[in-house]
Ligand binder design. Structure first.
Ligand SMILES: [Zn+2]
Length: 115
């Protein structure tokens, strides 16, 4: 089963938020946390990116790409890039994977590849 990351849809106006918010950004009426979880779309467009060359040792890689992606529903998320030559505007597809592995723990996050 593929792992999902969830956004939150306001039950009053339908606006989708990620990450979670206590009050809806659009209608500002949602004082009772009335949101429904919805999976983030998998596909999007790379808006911008950077390449990190100095990382903590538990990343165990020489360099790491990080990008901001606009998903199909308009939400913007950050994620790691598994793309040899990223270009702004390119179509990407994301999945939830282990993005950092410590001695006793692992962290999951979004990883984007060329669509
Ligand atoms: Zn709302």
């Amino acid at each position: 089963m593929a792992l999902e990351i969830y956004a939150y849809r306001c039950r009053k106006c339908g606006a989708v938020h990620y990450p979670y918010r206590m009050v809806c950004r659009r209608c500002r009426q949602n004082a009772h946390n009335e949101f429904d979880p919805v999976p983030l779309p998998r596909r999007g467009r790379l808006l911008t990116f950077t390449i990190l060359h100095t990382l903590p040792p538990d990343f165990n890689v020489a360099k790491l790409g990080l990008g901001i992606v606009e998903l199909e529903d308009g939400l913007r998320v950050t994620g790691q890039l598994d793309i040899a030559e990223p270009k702004a505007g390119m179509a990407v597809q994301g999945s939830v994977e282990v993005v950092r592995r410590g001695e006793y723990e692992k962290t999951h996050g979004l990883v984007f590849r060329k669509a």
